[in-house]
Design a protein around this ligand. Structure first.
Ligand code: GAL
Length: 961
């Protein structure tokens, strides 16, 4: 016997719904949003309650209220759960657990008084996770699966002017859950809009706007196929043709850089539908993805829909904010990982200009645990569900010029179902390309795509040396995911970009991912996997974005913006042969694919010791995309004393739809004269007395040689060698990585618990020398460390010499000193790299200048605390009444907790300020890499243990902090 809830475990996509079609907002047909406050009841199983609630007269007055769109687990009913690829239920497709949280949603509504009495009506659900059954006025309309896809029911015959009862039963788990195993929170609910659409007699049903561009003729060809015949008008182009007719006129094409849209109207007998037409042609030609005749380079991100409070129920402002942030950070492409986004997001991509890979709502990653056995995508019983998903995506989104590629889904293995999807899509829409990363042989796809391939492999692919089947060898390559932005990082982006710009075949990539999916949480600030007591979870792997959960850009995004900037500056001569010369000219390369440089204004400025002393405009001739021009810099203004440099910048010349005039797009700096050598601080003699040694302004403990104060500045923790950093997610690496994961080795070795043995405190004629050995318990290796102090009476110089002893087979996390200052220290000023953090392989955006911050402002709030906040190339810094000059330059960080506390913290709320500010002055740092899901740092960013010597000169600042 078929039970009332059998549909939940049925592999079929649903029943009772209308065929998929284009998503649009009519100009004149009425619509009624059913978003808002609904009544809600949660039951533990799919069949705990009967369907009486859907019938007339049911009293739900005692039910809770819930916001639609929304997820009930984020509104106080149950809890979210995070897994990467593991199904959070036993794998026995298509069966799901008996414990199947089921949310009954109820909404009463009246029709507006002017609701037309003729025609029909459609009830549209834009997104419900994961399976819904719908009743209107007691009539069972049917049920559907396919969470991030639209589903419509014809309801005209059921509507009443008043007292309509819309009942929706939503099951958290269904057969559809097997197809939705994306790496994200499991968040049941009606999380996108619910709308009632009037469908007048003679209204448009479905239509397909074909708008291509012939770059050789500068002409666009428009043809609108419509289920219901009508006329198509585009006033700006003088177009007025019947549907189905093709018309060719001169147009400006649409590209992500020049998102020219033409407003048009499709008028059928009963309805006017606004069209926003972008003319463009996408092909693979000569092995390259070309749009309008030019090869493009994706500078992309993977975007999940995320809001720290609303989950995947995003409002329009948040969607706009995402697109604006992308545009302002030089991003030109987005992969809608791993499902079609809210359709309004694609409107914004059309309007503001982003290339879109629209991805189908399909992932079966959990089957990897059983070697992909019984994978639904290779089981023909599931093929109708897969085809339904493909059709719902393509039909809904086919009229968006921004969508240039359809993606079959993500991490679903391989199988006949995918081939069927690709065949269907190719047949339905030959104007776009098909992508799927799991198809290594490119049997079904139009491009070769991979994720997290290491630099060396990307280079090989770029050179065409990767072999593979003939079809693949002829296809362009993209990295649909790379640069795993989890925690501090990703490192190595600049090295990838160099490969993308070197090899034509490599047409760029999409950083993983746009935003951390942290859940706003009273206990933790932002919660991640495990914080809700999930029995299976993947911790903070869900926080791997370029934005923090509140949409503050992380240093990773700032770095990415710099790495992909669409203008490149090169000094001529390339590097001053000898300091003092400096570049005479700058070569400016236009790295856009379509824009010339006229939209940008250029300026130069000249810095002496980091202070700008002169600046001016830099006239730059027009340069077509891909072209370079050479521009002469003025004579260096004023003095050449001190360290001098040029800074050149490209800014928006006028307001755009996505940023105001003056918005910085690209920049570079070129040294002119080098930093003058530091004055020696030597001559004063150490003096012993009263248990102390004094040397210039320095006062030391005579027994231990520990620095106690410099002038009036008390040192609450004496400077000593520090090689530990709170491992980053990339240091720790992902469990499945086969390469060495150094974060773990560091800990095993005990670098977090180094012991400092005092060997001698020696006072000589002009130096205090403290000899030590720094080593972890249980190991024979160590670092012979000598601190040599000298002074000229005013300033105190510390030279640290480090000699590794024993067999060091791991790189050091960092190499430098740490000391403590009174907690009153707050203001930090420095001349060096800034304004934000930088590490050896994440330092592209670090700009040399004078910067200022508070100690708290130096911290980067990674959702899971870890090493952060270093400033690169610091010449000098002032903090807590001390001035510190580096010889050579150093990495600066400071915090109100120790690195050990930072390491122990699990959430930002665990970081409790102490009464000491801990300052790290590092001679070197180990690279960051992307091993939390990709390659570790490239070998040149390794910090191997080797003999090293570095100095700092300390003095009191005039003004105390
Ligand atoms: C990929 C996957 C993404 C995400 C990422 C790691 O394998 O496609 O969904 O899991 O790894 O964060």
């Amino acid at each position: 016997m078929r039970a009332a809830t059998d549909y939940v475990e049925d592999v079929a996509p649903g029943s009772g719904t209308l065929p998929p079609r284009a998503w649009y907002a009519s100009s004149d047909a009425a619509s009624l949003s059913l978003n808002g406050s609904w009544r809600f009841r949660l039951s533990p199983t799919a069949d705990a309650e009967d369907d009486a609630f859907a019938g007339p007269g049911f009293d739900a007055g005692h039910w809770a209220r819930i916001s639609v769109p929304g997820h009930w687990v984020l509104q106080g009913h149950g809890a979210p759960a995070y897994t990467n690829h593991l199904y959070p239920f036993p794998v026995d497709p298509p069966r799901v657990p008996t414990e199947n949280p089921t949310g009954d949603h109820l909404r009463l509504f009246d029709l507006p008084s002017d609701w037309p009495s003729d025609g029909g009506a459609v009830l549209r659900f834009d997104g419900v996770e994961s399976c819904a059954r719908v009743w209107l006025n007691g009539t069972d309309l049917g049920e559907f699966k396919g969470s991030r896809l639209p589903h419509e029911f014809a309801v005209g015959h059921l509507l009443r002017p008043e007292g309509n009862v819309l009942a929706v039963r939503v099951h958290q788990w269904s057969a559809g859950s097997y197809l939705e195993d994306q790496d994200q929170w499991w968040l049941p609910g009606i999380f996108r809009d619910v709308t009632l659409l009037h469908r007048p007699a003679g209204c448009a049903l479905d239509f397909f706007v074909h708008a291509s561009y012939d770059h050789t003729a500068g002409a666009g060809t428009l043809k609108v196929d419509s289920d219901v015949a009508g006329r198509v008008t585009v006033p700006a182009l003088g177009i007025d043709v019947p549907t189905g007719a093709s018309v060719t006129v001169p147009v400006e094409p649409w590209t992500a850089e020049t998102p020219r849209l033409y407003d048009g109207v499709l008028a059928t007998e009963g309805e006017r539908v606004p069209l926003r037409i972008g003319f463009r042609t996408v092909v693979v030609e000569d092995g390259l993805i070309e749009v309008n005749g030019r090869a493009i380079l994706f500078k992309g991100v993977n975007r999940h829909e995320w809001h720290p409070e609303q989950g995947r129920a995003l409002d329009r402002e948040t969607m706009r904010e995402d697109v604006l942030l992308m545009k302002r950070h030089n991003i030109n492409a987005v992969r809608t990982s791993h499902y079609p986004p809210h359709p309004a997001f694609l409107d914004l991509c059309d309007e503001l200009g982003l290339w879109v890979i629209d991805e189908c709502d399909l992932e079966t990653h959990g089957f990897v645990e059983q070697s992909w056995r019984d994978n639904p995508v290779d089981d023909e019983r599931w093929t109708p569900a897969l085809l339904d998903r493909a059709a719902r995506m393509v039909e809904r989104d086919k009229n968006h010029p921004s969508v240039v590629v359809w993606s079959l889904g993500n991490e679903a293995g391989t199988g006949r179902g995918l081939t069927a999807m690709a065949e269907w899509i190719h047949g339905r829409d030959s104007s776009r390309l098909v992508h799927y990363e799991g198809d290594r042989d490119c049997r079904d796809t139009d491009m070769y795509s991979r994720m997290y391939a290491v630099h060396e492999e990307v280079d090989r692919i770029g050179r065409g040396l990767d072999g593979g089947p003939l079809k693949r060898r002829r296809l362009p390559f993209v990295l649909c995911e790379y640069g795993h932005a989890m925690g501090n990082g990703p490192g190595g982006l600049a090295d990838y970009q160099r490969l993308f710009e070197t090899h034509d075949r490599v047409q760029g990539g999409f950083v993983w991912e746009w935003i951390d999916h942290g859940v706003k949480d009273e206990r933790h600030g932002f919660a991640y996997g495990g914080d809700f007591g999930e029995e299976l979870h993947d911790g903070n792997f869900v926080c791997d974005g370029l934005l923090f959960p509140d949409r503050t850009p992380s240093p990773g995004l700032v770095e990415y913006k710099k790495v992909i900037e669409p203008v490149r500056f090169e000094a001529r001569p390339p590097a001053p042969a000898e300091y003092g010369a400096g570049p005479g000219t700058v070569r400016i390369r236009n790295a856009h694919d379509f824009l010339d440089l006229t939209a940008l204004a250029f300026e130069w400025s000249y810095q002496v010791d980091g202070e700008t002393v002169a600046s001016g405009g830099l006239p730059v001739p027009r340069a077509a995309p891909g072209e370079s021009v050479e521009v002469k810099l003025p004579e260096p203004p004023g003095t050449r004393d001190g360290e001098t440099q040029w800074t050149v910048r490209a800014l928006l010349a006028s307001d755009t739809a996505w940023a105001p005039k003056g918005h910085p797009v690209a920049w570079a700096q070129f040294p002119v004269s080098a930093r003058p050598p530091l004055r020696v601080a030597r001559g004063a003699a150490p003096a012993r007395g009263d248990g102390r040694i004094t040397l210039g302004p320095g006062s030391f403990d005579a027994r231990t040689g520990a620095l106690l104060s410099i002038g009036a500045v008390e040192v609450t923790g004496p400077p000593r060698l520090d090689v530990w950093r709170a491992p980053t997610d990339n240091d720790d690496g992902a469990t499945w990585q086969s390469d060495v994961r150094y974060g773990l080795l560091w800990r095993t070795l005990g670098l977090q618990r180094m012991r400092h043995r005092l060997d001698s405190v020696e006072t000589g004629e002009d130096a205090l020398t403290v000899r030590t050995r720094v080593a972890p318990a249980g190991r024979e290796l160590g670092l012979a460390t000598v601190y040599r102090w000298t002074s000229d009476g005013e300033r105190l110089r510390l030279t640290v010499s480090v000699g590794p002893q024993g067999e060091w087979t791991v790189p050091l996390p960092r190499l430098g000193i740490r000391f403590g200052l009174s907690g009153a220290a707050d203001r930090v000023r420095w001349f060096g790299g800034g304004p934000g953090e930088a590490y050896p392989d994440t330092r592209s955006a670090s700009r040399l200048g004078r910067w200022e911050s508070t100690v708290d402002g130096l911290q980067t709030p990674y959702v899971r605390p870890q090493e952060n906040g270093a400033r690169a190339d610091v010449r000098w810094a002032e903090i807590g009444g001390l001035r510190i000059e580096g010889d050579p330059e150093f990495w600066l960080s400071g915090r109100r907790w120790t690195n050990e506390h930072l390491d122990a913290a699990r959430h930002l709320t665990d970081l409790i300020p102490g009464d000491t500010v801990w300052v790290n002055l590092d001679h070197a740092q180990h690279g960051i890499g992307s091993q939390s899901c990709g390659p570790g740092p490239l070998p040149r960013y390794f910090l191997w243990a080797a003999p090293a010597e570095f100095s700092f000169v300390f003095s009191e600042t005039a003004e105390r902090a």
